[in-house]
Each structure stands twice: as structure tokens, then as C-alpha cells.
Design a binder for this molecule. Structure first.
Ligand SMILES: Cc1cc2nc3c(=O)[nH]c(=O)nc-3n(C[C@H](O)[C@H](O)[C@H](O)COP(=O)(O)O)c2cc1C
Length: 474
């Protein structure tokens, strides 16, 4: 029987599980068991499922609607006491870079003002089905379609009854009937209303129709001294459920693969306080580690001294010298892919001082250099634990392609990412990179020259190429 490690799940799924387990007073593991049990029994609990009804196929919802990557939600606010929480929901969605257009039912306007919704959403608020200002171009259809998701919060008993029965006699119900987007309801009502047989029937019908729900939670009712199931979920919970629908889990082509990456410079000690270094910032290696992790790989990053934060979900090992780096790389094997992006010092000081060197009348100290171990060549030439795909970096200041070809042959690696690091290129320490990917086809070299890109883009492109290669030779 396979085991499941919660820590390794997608962040979106983890946050959903945390919220759901906290709400139900269970541990995350217990919550997973409940979900699996419900799934097998075919009766999911009344909470949102993160990806059970994804946005329409093709480009992601975010890309379709907004080239800048901003998702958009039509938020229908129903006439319940919990409507005040929907104002916070607007804020929570906007914090997550989601555009929000609000629709207020007639009853909702008794609880929150259009002005508040408009001020928080920075958008016009829609209230009337027969508004000549927006209906000249079928505004209710646009509100239903020009978004990635429709959220109804609070979803009143009345709105759910209308939805379940296909009514369309006001703007909110007409939008819901005309919608071809995913719909997320956050029901809120008195526990007696929630438990009423009519509401139970409507809830069941809506679930069958593919409508997703979050909540309601158990707790005290705001408008009475009653307690029970009927409280609307908190704004953060609804926002998290909305985000899970808007951003379904990305493909993870490197799932199950171990990727080892080196980054940054090395420091080679002269004495306890001085060292020889280079200008590498580590940004490119860190970006590759983040991209490989996002593609599902189990990533170990061995880095020299850099001022960068650990990429999330990556095992980061910080080292100083080339020899430390080699030891930690060897210890991290086996790996399916090894990417050596570190700018490892070619030489170290042979006569490293045990104490700080002093100025003396004897004159300037003479530093003798010895060659450092060649990490790329050492790993490429391993016989037992050689990773199936070994990628080196060639940072050159002249004759880029020729030097890179010679390096592949000399080191025995499979691919080389060659980049021009002459001062004019601004690559060392900068945020952009211009690279050429050299791969070998027998005796022939393929050179793929990429345009100037950010280091994150280079990382994404490289990881995509790796994923393709891994797919061909699993
Ligand atoms: C003070 C007050 C609070 C209400 N709270 C709720 C509620 O939480 N949930 C609900 O379903 N209806 C609630 N109602 C009843 C709805 O406002 C009523 O059914 C209304 O027609 C709903 O309209 P709508 O669904 O178009 O927004 C409340 C009514 C009042 C007067």
C-alpha cells in the first residue's frame, strides 16, 4: 500500500486541507482519511473541493481574461446578515491579485451599501437586471461570462432555491443561469433554514449541477442566540477556495525525479578572515531550483555563499569552498538530473594561513595556488552514481560557443548552458541572462540560442527542456 506525505502536496491543496481540518477540528491526516472515505462512499461533505470543477479547458482562466495574469471574479452578494463578511472577501481576493466585480441583490442592499462594495473593489457595482446603462449590450450575460469564477457570498436560501430551479427574475439569478464559468457558493443562513427539507433538496440538486460549495460552518448565528450549522465561511476560507479553483494545480512533469543543483560562487580561504571569491550572485542556480521544484522535482541545492533566500520546498545546503561543495554534491547523489550552475573557483590557496596574515617587514606574502577539484568533470565521469542527465554551465568572456563545445567534450557532461559573462553583458549579479543551450547528438552539437531573458525565464525554459528529455528517457 502506498503512503502519502502531506508535506509534499501542492501548496494550494495543503492550505485547503489545513482550513478544512481546522474547521472540522481534526488533524490534517484524519481529514484526508475522511475525504477519501467520503469519496469512496460518493457523498462529499459540504465544503469546497479544490479542483472538482476546473475553469474551462484551453488556456488558464487567468491567461484567457487578462494577459497581465489577473484573474477575475464576479461576486454576487445575497441578502443575508453575513453580507458584511463579503466586504472583507473583496479585500482578500484583491490581495491575491484577483479583480472583483460585485453584484448586489435587492435584499443585499439592506445589509451593505453599493458604495462600500464599489470602494473596495474599485469597480462599478451592478444591481439591476433592467439597467439601460449596462443592458444595451446584454450586461447580465457579460457579467456571467467575463470572469473566471462566480462566487455567491452569502448564498441565501432564496438564491439557492432560485438557482436549483432555474429562475432568472433578477440580475443575480439571471447571471447564475447564464453562467458557463465555475460557481462557488458560500451558504449562510439560520440552521433551521439550512436543515429545512427544501434547502436540503436544493443543495443536493446544485451539487449534482456541478456547483461547488464552501461551508457553511457550525457556530453561533449573528442575528440570534441560536447556534448550529449555517454560519458563512470566513472570508479567508472563501478566498482560498476561490484561488484553488482559479489556479488549479500545475502540471508536474518532474514529479518523482531527484534534481541536484549547485549555485553561487565559492570562497577559497587565504587565512581565517580573507578569501578569494568571484562575482557570481547565485540567482540563476536558485531560479533553476525554484523552477524544478515547481515542476514537481525533489530538489537539493548546494550553494556557495550568496545573499538569497532559500527557495520554498527545496533542500538547501550552504557551503563555502569548492572542496566542501564537491563533498556535499557527492553526498546528495543519486540524482536523476544534476545541474552545475555554481561558479566554482578553479584554484585555491595552497598555503592557507592558520592565523591572519600580518604585514611584516619581510614584504608581501606570496600566495601559491593549487587547482580545485573539478566538480562537473568528477560527477560526469562517475561510473556508478552518474546522474543520467548532467548539465554544466560555461561562463565565458570570449569564443563562447567554441569554448562551450570544448567543455562538453573535456568534462564529459551531456548539456552545457553557455553564457557570456563579460562585464558588458551585466550577467554576473544581474537579473537577465543570454544563454545558448548546447546538446550533443553523437559527434554533432546542437546549439539552441535563446533571446535575452530574465533568469527565471531561463530557468523555466531549461526545466521544460529537461522535462522533455526525462519524458523521452524515463
Ligand atoms: C435581518 C435579516 C437577516 C437575514 N439573514 C438571512 C440569511 O442569513 N440567510 C438567508 O438565506 N436569508 C436571510 N434573510 C432573508 C433574506 O434576506 C430574504 O430571503 C431575501 O429575499 C433574500 O434575497 P436574495 O436571495 O435575493 O438576496 C434575512 C432577512 C433579514 C430581515
Amino acid at each position: 500500500m502506498a503512503s502519502l506525505t502531506i508535506r509534499k502536496l501542492d501548496d494550494g491543496i495543503k492550505s485547503y486541507l489545513r482550513l478544512r481540518s481546522a474547521k472540522n477540528g481534526r488533524s490534517v491526516e484524519e481529514e484526508v482519511r475522511v475525504i477519501l472515505r467520503e469519496y469512496c462512499e460518493g457523498s462529499p461533505a459540504p465544503t469546497a473541493s479544490p479542483a472538482s470543477s476546473p475553469a474551462p479547458a484551453g488556456r488558464t482562466a487567468i491567461e484567457r481574461n487578462n494577459p497581465a495574469g489577473q484573474a477575475s471574479v464576479t461576486l454576487i452578494i445575497g441578502g443575508g446578515i453575513a453580507a458584511f463578511k463579503s466586504l472583507e472577501l473583496i479585500r482578500r481576493l484583491k490581495e491575491r491579485h484577483v479583480d472583483v466585480r460585485c453584484v448586489l441583490t435587492k435584499a443585499a442592499q439592506q445589509f451593505v451599501t453599493p458604495l462600500s462594495a464599489s470602494a473596495l473593489s474599485h469597480e462599478r457595482v451592478y444591481m439591476d437586471l433592467f439597467d439601460p446603462g449596462s443592458e444595451f449590450d446584454a450586461g447580465h450575460i457579460r457579467l456571467a461570462r467575463e470572469c473566471d469564477l462566480i462566487v455567491v457570498a452569502p448564498a441565501t436560501a432564496d438564491l439557492m432555491a432560485k438557482m436549483a430551479n432555474g429562475h432568472a427574475d433578477d440580475l443575480a439569478s439571471a447571471i447564475l443561469l447564464a453562467a458557463d464559468r465555475p460557481i462557488l457558493l458560500a451558504p449562510a443562513m439560520n440552521p433551521l433554514m439550512w436543515n429545512n427539507a427544501a434547502t436540503r433538496r436544493n443543495v443536493m440538486q446544485l451539487r449534482r449541477d456541478g456547483v461547488q460549495m464552501i461551508g457553511p460552518n457550525a457556530g453561533e448565528m449573528a442575528e440570534s442566540n441560536e447556534a448550529g450549522v449555517g454560519r458563512m465561511s470566513e472570508a479567508v476560507e472563501i478566498a482560498a477556495a476561490a484561488i484553488d479553483i482559479l489556479r488549479p494545480p500545475r502540471p508536474r512533469p518532474l514529479a518523482g525525479k531527484r534534481v541536484l543543483i549547485t549555485a553561487g560562487p565559492t570562497h577559497e580561504a587565504i587565512d581565517p578572515v580573507r578569501y578569494i571569491a568571484n562575482r557570481s550572485s547565485g540567482k540563476q542556480g536558485f531560479a533553476i531550483a525554484a523552477a524544478a521544484q515547481a515542476a514537481g522535482a525533489d530538489v537539493t541545492l548546494v550553494t556557495g555563499p550568496v545573499e538569497l533566500r532559500d527557495p520554498g520546498g527545496v533542500t538547501v545546503i550552504r557551503v563555502e569552498s569548492a572542496r566542501d561543495m564537491l563533498h556535499r554534491v557527492e553526498a546528495a547523489l543519486p540524482a536523476d538530473v544534476a545541474i552545475f550552475a555554481a561558479a566554482v573557483a578553479d584554484w585555491r590557496v595552497a598555503n592557507e594561513g592558520e592565523q591572519k596574515l600580518k604585514k611584516t617587514s619581510a614584504g608581501t606574502p606570496q600566495l601559491a595556488l593549487v587547482e580545485n577539484p573539478d566538480i562537473l568533470a568528477t560527477i560526469s565521469k562517475l561510473t556508478d552514481k552518474r546522474p543520467p542527465l548532467v548539465i554544466g554551465f560555461a561562463a565565458e568572456t570570449e569564443h563562447l560557443i567554441d569554448n562551450a563545445k570544448a567543455k562538453i567534450a573535456r568534462k564529459g557532461c551531456d548539456w552545457i548552458v553557455a553564457n557570456d559573462v563579460s562585464p558588458a553583458s551585466g550577467v554576473m549579479g544581474g537579473d537577465r541572462n543570454t544563454v545558448h543551450l548546447l546538446t550533443r547528438d553523437g559527434e554533432e552539437f546542437n546549439v539552441d540560442s535563446w533571446p535575452v531573458m530574465t533568469k527565471e525565464q531561463v530557468a523555466a525554459e531549461l526545466v521544460a527542456k529537461i522535462a522533455k528529455a526525462v519524458e523521452k528517457n524515463p
